[in-house]
Design a protein around this ligand. Sequence first.
Ligand code: M6R
Length: 360
Amino acid sequence: GKGEYDHFMLKEITEQPTALAQAIEGRIDPTSGRIGLSAFEPGSFEAIDSVQFVACGTSYHAALYGSLALNQAGVQATALLANEYSVAAPPVDETTLVIAVTQSGETADTLNALRQATAEGARTLTVTNVVGSTAAREADDALFIRAGPEIGVAATKTFSSQAVILTLLGHRIATDLRGEPSADLESLLPALESMPSRIHELLEHSDAEAIAEQYRDSRSYFFIGRGLGYPVALEGALKFKEITYEHAEGFAAGELKHGPLALVTPETPVFAIFTGQEDEKTLKNAEEARTRGAPVIAVCPDGHPAVEAADEHLSIPETDSDLAGLFANVQLQLLSYYAADLLDRPIDKPRNLAKSVTVE
Ligand code: M6R
C-alpha cells in the first residue's frame, strides 16, 4: 500500500535511496574497484563493435543517458525509439549488442524491436525491473535493476535505477573493449556508493514544492540541459506533462536558439540543468531565455555561478558529472509531483495512460 503517502508516486520517489542501493549492491568489486556484473565474465563484451539501445518513454530517456555515457567512454552507441525501429533500424550483425531497456519487460513496441534485432542476428540484452517478464525471457541476457515494484504510472525510481545500471554496464563494456578500466572509474565508484545517502539528503531539503507553487500559473514549462543533462531535460518535461496535463518541453540547451526560443516569454519558466559538462555554455543559453523575460530556475550545486545568474535554485550535490543529472532528475520529479498535486490531478493514474503499454 501507499502507507503514509498520499500517492504511490511520492512513495516511489522517496524509495530511491533504497532502490539505488539495491541496484548497485554486489555490482562493484571493492577489492579491484571494478564493476562486477556477475552475469557477465570479464571480457564478455570483447566481440562487440557497437551498441543500439531500444526503448520507449522514460526508458528511452534512460537509454539515451546510457548511450551518451558510452559515447563519452569512446564506444559507438545510439539510442533508438523502439516504435521507430521497424521502419528505420540501423544495420546489425553479431558484433552489435542491442539493449532493450524496459521497466515492465512487456512494452509491445520494445519487444517488437528486440525480436527484430534477434531475427537479424544481433546479440541482445534487456535491462528490466521484472524477473520473468517477456523481455527477460526472450533476450540473450537480462540485467535486473532491482527497483522493487512501481505502481504509479509515472516512472520515477525505475528511471534512476535504469540510468545507474546503464552507467555501470557502459563502463563494463568500455573496459572489455579497452582491456583495462578507464581512469574516471576512480571518481565514479565512490560517487555511486554515496548516491543513496545523498539522494536521501536531497529529498529532505528540496525546495521543489515552493517552486511548483510559485510558478503554478505559468502557460508552459521548458527544461534545458546539455550532455547527460539533455536526457534529464526530456525526462523532466515528460514527467511534467504526464501528471500535470500542462504543456512542457525538454530541449538540448544549445537548441533553444534554433527555434524554441520563439516560445519563451515571461510566462514560461525555464528549468536549466547543470551537470558540469560545458556549464558555461548552458549558462549562456539560460541567459538568452532570461533576456526574453523568462524566469530561470537553475538546477545545480550550491555556489555554482548559475545560482547568481538565475531567479531560483533547486540544489543538487557536487558529484561526478556521470551522475549529476540523476540528482537533478529527482528534483524535477518532486517539482512535477507538487505541481500536479496543486492542480488536484489523479497523480498515480493520469488520464489516457497505462502503466504497461502492450499495444503497438
Ligand atoms: O515498461 P517500460 O519501461 O517499457 O515502459 C515504457 C514507457 O511506456 C514508460 O516509461 C512511460 O513513458 C512512463 N509512463 C513515463 O512515466
